[in-house]
Write a protein that binds this ligand. Structure first.
Ligand SMILES: *Cc1c(COP(=O)(O)O)cnc(C)c1O
Length: 566
């Protein structure tokens, strides 16, 4: 049997619309259905290259064929198209898309998808569990409940007292923390609206998702206060935080929440949660307001919690010395998450398909009661897990929670450790190799994340000396700007080569990123001069398929691109 559009076969003369839909019975159409899913997967697999030496996008054609203008002509056709044609059209839209796990894909935050998470999220599309309350979720809510318990335990919280809820992204987690904080600090804001300018405090390197939630909650983006970061570690400067908290305290300006970023995208910097907690206790809100919330934006850094039970002294997995040290630093930093009231987790930043984000809160009674709403007249609660009473969304797909849960179960602590170490090993290797080129310098040697940021200069330049002067000496600002332009040109050239399937030394070229603000020059601490900032090429070598060969090839390609743009 084939999947086809309804025919006018039924005695009334109307089409048999049953054939549009997945059969509820285990009948012969199921065979066709299983075939169809497997055809769809085979179709999308056919876009993957069979050769390792290939471009890191899907399919053959690098062309961008869609535009708003062309898409605006679409209208509903009187007759449906055959299933096979619809499927072909769907698959064709993936042509040219970055192939995230490809060994030449070293772009910013590639969400490589593990098998278990793909299967888990796909299966939730076949039957649609709705994790809004027990009746529509039944046993599938196990994915959300167990993931939350596991993360609570990893964070050193009491799992019975804490809870977690999946949402639409790290930005959704930001939204949850803001709503939690506003409801706690301004209890009557839930009915009367936000009528007080409460402050949201985070470091100047916090993620720009802060703007979305300050804007969409109606609090207003001007109520965000950013705290300086320390020039060497990129972490929140607690002296500056103390100054701000003291000022708020003295002027009776309530603080809704302080956000520690764990870790930042480029520098893998973890803010000092324990110290922030002490400061918040020292400068509390006045009694007419509730207690400020301490939130950790751990959407990238959470996975280091998988080292919780790793014996760094015995080092049973025999990780090499420098990467072991970095893993330990990262674990010791993320461990402070235990002092937070809430934190956010993105499974899609390393391991799972989009979107799979979990907002974790330490005191489930407080959070769930604070945000409680009246039940709807047409929902009956048939069990004890009914997040629709306090969730942001109404219908909640199970795809994200299933993907997250499957990831935790499939990889376990050791799997996560090995994946993270793989990224660190790649960075470490490339950093060592860069030593032999005087015209290139790694600008984040002391960071402990897998990201490698580098600057390249003309072949005759001593990059380390030049960079060090540009970083510190305002007389050299023209040089800094000139070299920022060079780095941007190199990045654009590499992008062009990646899209054009350029071959260098018999191999396709890598897909890299650029950062236009790794840090300000030291004489521009407050970033008052938007030009005196450090640009760098960004290599994010976390795909588990990357080997040393690709790291070496990336260096060759960067140098060739530099030669061409000079
Ligand atoms: C990616 C990221 C976000 C935003 O998360 P989305 O899942 O893209 O919505 C927020 N904070 C940090 C630190 C991030 O890296």
């Amino acid at each position: 049997m084939e999947i086809h559009n309804p025919e006018h076969s039924d005695h009334t003369g109307s089409p048999d619309v049953r054939t549009y839909f997945s059969s509820p019975f285990h009948d012969e159409s199921n065979t066709a259905f299983a075939q169809l899913i497997s055809d769809a997967v085979r179709g999308i697999n056919s876009l993957k290259p069979s050769d390792r030496n290939s471009s890191s996008f899907l399919g053959e054609s690098p062309d961008l064929t869609v535009s708003r203008a062309s898409a605006q002509k679409a209208v509903l056709k009187p007759k449906g198209e055959p299933f096979s044609q619809v499927l072909d059209d769907i698959i064709s839209t993936f042509e040219g898309l970055p192939n995230w796990g490809h060994p030449l894909n070293m772009s910013n935050i590639c969400p490589q998808e593990n098998y278990a998470a793909i299967a888990a999220s796909m299966l939730t599309q076949i039957f649609s569990p709705n994790i809004l309350e027990t009746e529509y979720a039944w046993n599938t809510s196990k994915a959300e409940l167990e993931s939350s318990a596991i993360l609570a335990d990893m964070a050193g919280w009491e799992a019975e007292k804490s809870g977690g809820i999946f949402t639409y992204g790290g930005s959704g987690c930001w939204m949850y923390q803001m709503k939690y904080a506003l409801s706690r600090v301004l209890p009557d804001s839930r009915e009367k609206g936000i009528r007080t300018d409460v402050k949201i405090i985070c470091s100047e390197q916090a993620h720009y998702a802060m703007l979305n939630s300050a804007d969409w909650t109606g609090l207003g983006m001007n109520n965000i206060i950013t705290i300086k970061t320390l020039p060497d570690s990129n972490t929140m400067d607690t002296d500056d935080l103390e100054r701000v908290l003291q000022e708020c305290y003295t002027n009776n300006v309530p603080v809704a929440s302080v956000i520690c970023t764990m870790a930042t995208t480029d520098a893998c910097a973890f803010d000092p949660v324990k110290d922030v907690r002490k400061l918040l206790d020292r400068y509390p809100n006045r009694p007419e307001y509730g207690k400020a919330l301490l939130y950790c934006d751990a959407v990238i850094g959470w996975s280091w919690l998988a080292f919780k039970n790793y014996d760094f002294e015995l080092n049973p997995h025999q990780f090499s010395e420098p990467v072991l040290r970095s893993a330990r630093k990262n674990y010791e930093a993320i461990r402070e998450i235990r002092y937070a009231d809430a934190f956010g987790v993105d499974f899609h930043k390393n391991f799972s398909p989009l979107t799979s984000s979990l907002f974790m809160y330490r005191d489930k009674d407080e959070f769930e009661n604070l945000l409680k709403r009246e039940s709807s007249a047409y929902l009956q609660e048939r069990g004890d897990y009914n997040p629709h009473n306090y969730s942001l969304e109404v219908s909640r797909a199970a795809s994200g929670s299933m993907a997250g849960w499957a990831t935790l179960k499939f990889l376990g602590a050791e799997g996560i450790q090995h994946v993270l170490i793989h990224g660190l090993n790649n960075k470490q290797y490339m950093m060592q190799e860069l030593d032999q080129y005087q015209d290139m310098v790694c600008v984040n040697q002391s960071d402990h994340g897998p990201v490698l940021l580098l600057r390249i200069y003309t072949e005759q330049t001593n990059a380390s000396e030049q960079y060090s002067m540009e970083l510190q000496n305002s007389d050299l600002k023209n040089d800094l700007v000139k070299h920022n332009v060079l780095i941007e040109k190199v990045a654009d050239h590499l992008w062009k080569w990646f899209r054009e399937k350029k071959i260098i030394d018999g191999k396709f070229t890598p897909y890299l990123s650029i950062t236009k603000g790794f840090r300000p020059a030291t004489y521009n601490e407050n970033t008052t001069d938007p030009e005196a900032v450090i640009y760098a090429l960004k290599v994010y070598p976390v795909s588990t398929y990357i080997t040393r060969d690709e790291m070496l090839h990336a260096i060759r390609c960067i140098r060739s691109a530099r030669d061409e743009v000079m």
